[in-house]
Design a binder for this molecule. Sequence first.
Ligand SMILES: *Cc1c(COP(=O)(O)O)cnc(C)c1O
Length: 418
Amino acid sequence: MSRSPVWHPFHQHGLGEPIPLVERAEGALLHTADGRAVVDAISSWWVTTHGHNHPRIVAAIRQQAERLDQLIFAGWTHEPAEELARGLTAIMPPALEYVFFSDSGSTAVEVALKMALGFWANRGAARHRILVLEHSYHGDTIGAMSVGARGVFNRPYAPLLFAVDTIPFPAAGAEQATLDALEAACARGDAAAFIVEPLVLGAGGMLMYSPAILRQMREICSRHDVLFIADEVMTGWGRTGSLIACEQAGVVPDIMCLAKGLTGGSMPLAVTMASAPIYDAHLSTDRSRMFFHSSSFTANPIACAAANANLAIWREEPVLERVAALVAAEAKGMDALAAKHGLQNLRQCGSVIAADVPVADAGYLADLGPRMRDGFYARDVLLRPLGNTIYLMPPFCISEQQLTCIFTAIDEVLSEAL
Ligand SMILES: *Cc1c(COP(=O)(O)O)cnc(C)c1O
């Protein structure tokens, strides 16, 4: 076979690692061209919530594709988008009254940042600094990288990244330092917004902090009129045990980003939800004050139909009960593995569970991660450790038997690796 012209993301082609070809999927299983059934333990990179090819979502996509495939969204509209906006405002915090569509988590973050800057600019206030949490990840476009952790992922692009104020991560026992730093940064008076991943910092290594801290961070921002942006791209749609993570802290953000599980993980779609003051700051008879952002596929009707089917599943099926059952099963399996192999920092927030393999070289580029990944794949499990951090984030439909396959694979791989 000749070499594929496909250039894969986050993949070093020079290492010649094999690239599995997947032909179809259902539930928590990926079926490869060479006849294997692989358990998708990370929801195809955190997107698949109810399971692959959920029949209701598939049917909605099929029906919408026959009716209206795509439409300019600047000044035009269609029922799937209207229905979705109504559905979202009905289940998300009531203060988030407006829904702006885009097509990926990174874009939803860019939109949130532009909304925050636009809000202050239209009010004639000189606030442009963005406050961020240490170890954050918000996407790979230039703006999203700017508000994320600096590291090997973005070193070549650093000259283009804008400056932000980084608030230390609220590690257990060091929370006061976080709150003090946030207070000081807010008090300077030039901060437009603080962007956070609520409760779980995903790509930063599945780092977790308490709802109480999230709530206190929100309160500090409110006190200083600094806009609070919740990036719920990964934490939304049940991952943390509630519809959105902010709910557990009683926090209502000014702006909230949703993507990944918005369509149940079936189609690329994102929204940035905003409170009335954000929308109103752009509301005028003056065209120069409108919100200047669009992309070709804004609110694509087929993607919106998939998201509407996701919302119907949330309304009509016991999604959070499924998550709760998964939470318990994951805890049991990982507890046993942590005890047997001396895994450190076992932590869980809803269906996201993680633990660190005790090794000296723990960096993202260390050899251990890819070696473990290959070991998991050899055992028909898709797991992709972040450095020395092994984590599970399976679709909610995963069976006990499939979970057992994952735990057995981790057990064997750790026995080999350690
Ligand atoms: C994945 C992710 C993003 C980026 O979403 P994409 O759809 O990959 O652009 C942003 N924020 C968080 C918290 C994420 O986990």
